[in-house]
Design a protein around this ligand. Structure first.
Ligand code: MG
Length: 393
């Protein structure tokens, strides 16, 4: 299969339907254009310099941060998503800088302890508007980062913010203003956002296979029941019968990533050629996303996901950690919500500020913001400081 067509132009010649500075809907607080950078390069750079970005280093993907130094964290996951997404963007002549910005920011709102943490915080927030990591990522870049003199948050471009908000209920969309509109009007996001969403899936499915094998929570024998894995495994074994186990795994995982990227680029190229959207608006008006896997790949992808859900995410060792995480988050929320004076002073100010605006709901939101911002180890430490009388404050 020739995946390097002659017209593949690595000088980043952008398609007519790519997002470019000239068609951007701009920033919430207007700013002069950047020097020597595009607007989306500036967005990416602001994300990299954000405190929430640095904290991703100590947040769980599947494995809690202290379980081992070789496992993915939210930070390395985000970097892998950016790498995959940029390749796809460039192959499709889309805006690589915007793609990278969305990829690096997509998980900024994650709580400590991965999905278990988010579920726990969402349960605590049930009467106060709920908690959803995707919405929180937007909240981080729009409100919570405090770095600039002239505006709250990072004041990112509309298209980057739109890409960060992957999904959203109609109820929440109504409160979100411009970035919520597409959920109400049933429009598609820009293509850079669409592809980053799928790059996220490719990244986590593949690296969870790798980490799961490394942790010995799943085995190659089990994975051979998954067609997508098995095809690549057979091929690697056939080509390299004497290769060590560790290198076989890496070779299979890299081929897993590659075959999905190639399928995605080819399928999306076909769809783009068929629909021939003239510009960004035509992309938005489509009833379906234009970036997609082929039906066959989507099926095989689903089988891999189902396998990981059943054998990895529900493994008793992962589950034990999830239950502990739930307890830590719930205890912290209860303690801080009932007595905000337990919070550090800066967080107390936030509680007063949001309580004035929205009463108990505001208080709960400020506590949730504080907890969501914690790293795994900070949450564990904070739990000891609040609940253990023997622990110094
Ligand atoms: Mg992700």
């Amino acid at each position: 299969m020739n995946t390097q067509p002659q017209d593949l132009d690595f000088n980043n010649r952008l398609a007519s339907y790519a997002v470019i500075d000239a068609v951007s809907r701009g920033r919430r607080y207007p700013e002069p254009p950047p020097s020597y950078r595009s607007e989306f390069q500036r967005d990416r750079d602001r994300i990299i310099h954000a405190a929430a970005f640095r904290r991703l280093e100590y947040k769980t993907q599947v494995f809690v941060n202290h379980e081992g130094d070789l496992f993915r964290t939210r930070l390395t996951h985000s970097i892998e998503v950016a790498q995959i997404a940029r390749s796809i963007a460039r192959a499709l002549h889309l805006n690589e800088d915007l793609t990278e910005a969305i990829a690096l920011a997509h998980d900024l709102g994650h709580t400590p302890f991965g999905h278990a943490g988010q579920d726990a915080l969402n349960a605590c927030m049930q009467d106060y508007g709920g908690f959803e990591h995707n919405l929180q990522s937007l909240r981080v870049v729009d409100e919570l980062e405090e770095k600039y003199a002239d505006f709250p948050g990072l004041n990112l471009s509309f298209e980057t913010r739109e890409g960060i908000l992957k999904h959203c209920s109609t109820k929440n969309a109504a409160d979100l203003g411009d970035v919520g509109e597409r959920f109400l009007n049933k429009l598609q996001p820009n293509l850079e956002a669409q592809l980053t969403n799928l790059a996220d899936e490719i990244a986590y499915n593949c690296h969870d296979v790798d980490d799961g094998l490394r942790a010995e929570l799943i085995s190659i024998e089990q994975l051979r029941a998954v067609p997508l894995f098995n095809e690549q495994y057979d091929e690697v074994r056939r080509l390299y019968p004497d290769l060590s186990q560790r290198r076989v795994i890496h070779e299979v995982v890299r081929r897993l990533i590659n075959c999905q990227v190639v399928d995605l680029v080819q399928t999306s190229n076909e769809r783009l050629a068929r629909q021939a959207p003239a510009d960004l608006q035509a992309v938005r008006n489509q009833t379906q996303p234009l970036i997609a896997f082929s039906d066959g790949m989507r099926e095989r992808n689903l089988a891999l996901k189902r396998f990981l859900r059943q054998h990895l995410y529900r493994h008793y060792r992962v589950h034990r950690m999830s239950v502990k995480a739930l307890r830590v988050i719930r205890d912290l929320f209860t303690a801080f919500f009932d007595d905000p004076r337990l919070l550090p002073e800066e967080a107390q100010h936030k509680v007063s500020e949001l309580s004035e605006q929205a009463g108990k709901r505001g208080r709960a939101r400020a506590v949730a913001d504080y907890i969501a911002g914690m790293t795994d180890r900070y949450a564990i430490k904070e739990h000891q400081r609040v609940y253990n009388p023997g622990e110094l404050t």
